[in-house]
Design a protein around this ligand. Structure first.
Ligand code: CAA
Ligand code: FAD
Length: 380
């Protein structure tokens, strides 16, 4: 067993760290305040290969492994979780979904542009009446021979107002339950496909979240991904990889907050000494570091499972469940260590605390991760 990173992995991590510090950090507070999508930065991340990290170079990707992906996600998320969710959705939901389940034509037409950042993608599963209970969706895709007609509403869609390509999951045959669901590629601007107003959110405010409406949207049959009725398994399998990305995001938020708290505690003095010398603060730092290190091991294990071709449904759910808990608990502690300064935007930790919450909700809530983990344990 080897816990050390290869030289290549260290280079990749350092490149992401450098990008986060020099490019993401300067405007991060302003983008959070204004709920501003980092359009220019997305382009730069595309140029660096961060939008198609694991995609085969023959489709324009960087051809890296899942370990590289989580290293990049952690570094970006330490500074800007809004930017990192754009990376996560594009890589592990949209690019992976197309590369693993799309046909050659779909890969040539869409993946090549998504992997380079020329296009941005969105993944549309959730609905107003079907979030955790994803099989109960109401969006329909009726088979009309050479095309499908889509009707319904998707909500909470990340990159919703900014994407060029939307992977949309819809019900073709309700009687068949989860086996009657299909996944489709829908291009922006398709007639009848409308984007609703942007959500005003607690955290990841620089990311772009919208409700989408489908009113008699005509989607050619060649835009269906995979065999008829395979859409739910497509969504579940894709989400297993997505959960590795969000686990790494949570890890980054937690470790970013820890680094700020450690630095502050070594500078701020109270009662004649730096506050890190008070045991109450020192023990918080010890707990933070220990839990973050444990989360890192779980995130790396899930990524390693994926790289080795080992089933990662359970390890990704465990990594997301644990890393998101650590992120939530320790960003609160990081604010506490900063005292009053923790409560103002300039010190960054309040934003990390707000951003941490979403990691316990999206790509399956913590309760849903426990369902996935416990079902897997019982099946084993
Ligand atoms: N791989 C392959 N197949 C799978 C699977 C997996 N990981 N998980 C389930 N399936 C299959 C099952 O085997 C079953 O098939 P059979 O009938 O042939 O056995 C079928 O799918 C239905 O599965 P379940 O009976 O387990 O379905 P369920 O209704 O009990 O729901 C669930 C299972 C795990 C709770 C699922 O609904 C779920 O994951 N919900 C959460 C949804 C979610 O994560 N949404 C995220 C949206 S995207 C997002 O959030 C992005 C973002 O923010 C950035
Ligand atoms: P509900 O399913 O209504 O759950 C409410 C509560 O009940 C939760 O605490 C839940 O854990 C609990 N609960 C539900 N069922 C059970 C059960 N069986 N056992 C125990 N507890 C249960 N979705 C997309 O498809 N694409 C995206 O890009 C996307 N981006 C998002 C971005 C943001 C900022 C947000 C907020 C959400 C995003 N989502 C996206 C949606 C997200 O995946 C859902 O919000 C999430 O899956 C939960 O669904 P829900 O909000 O309907 O909550």
């Amino acid at each position: 067993m080897d816990f050390s990173l290869s030289e290549e992995h260290i280079m990749i991590r350092d490149a992401a760290r450098d990008f986060a510090k020099t490019e993401l950090l300067p405007g991060v507070i302003e983008r959070d305040n204004k709920q501003e999508f980092p359009q220019e930065l997305v382009k730069k991340m595309g140029d660096l290969g961060f939008l198609g990290i694991m995609v085969d170079p023959k489709y324009g990707g960087s051809g890296m492994d899942a370990i590289s992906y989580v290293l990049i996600m952690e570094e970006l998320s330490k500074i800007d979780a809004s930017a990192s969710v754009i990376v996560s959705v594009n890589n592990s939901l949209v690019c992976y979904g197309l590369e693993a389940y799309g046909n050659e034509e779909q890969k040539q037409k869409y993946l090549t542009k998504l992997a380079t950042g020329e296009f941005v993608g969105a993944f549309c599963l959730s609905e107003p009446e079907a979030g955790s209970d994803a099989t109960s969706q109401r969006t329909t895709a009726i088979d009309k021979g050479d095309h499908y007609i889509l009707n319904g509403t998707k909500n909470w869609i990340t990159n919703g107002g900014r994407a060029d390509v939307y992977l949309v999951i819809a019900q073709t045959d309700r009687d068949k339950g989860s086996h009657g669901i299909n996944a489709f590629i829908v291009e922006k601007g398709t007639k009848g496909f409308d984007i609703g107003p942007k959500e005003d959110k607690l955290g990841i405010r620089g990311s772009d979240t919208h409700t989408l409406q489908f009113n008699d949207v005509k989607v050619p049959k060649e835009n269906r991904i995979g065999a008829n009725g395979s859409g739910f398994r497509f969504a579940m399998k894709t989400l297993s990889g997505g959960r590795i990305g969000i686990a790494a995001q949570a890890l980054g938020i937690a470790s970013g907050a820890y680094e700020l708290a450690l630095k502050y505690s070594k500078e701020r003095k109270a009662f004649g000494t730096e506050i890190c010398n008070h045991q109450a603060i020192a023990f918080k730092l010890a707990d933070m570091y220990t839990d973050i290190e444990a989360a890192r091991m779980m995130v790396m294990k899930a990524a390693w499972d994926k790289d080795q071709g080992i089933n990662y449904d359970k390890s990704s759910a465990m990594a997301k469940l644990y890393a998101s808990k650590v992120a939530m608990e320790h960003t609160v502690e990081a604010v506490q260590i900063h005292g009053g300064n923790g409560f103002v935007k300039e010190y960054h930790v309040e934003r990390l605390m707000r951003d941490a919450k979403i990691t316990q909700i999206y790509e399956g809530t913590s309760e849903i991760q426990k369902i996935v983990i416990s079902r897997s344990l019982i099946k084993e």
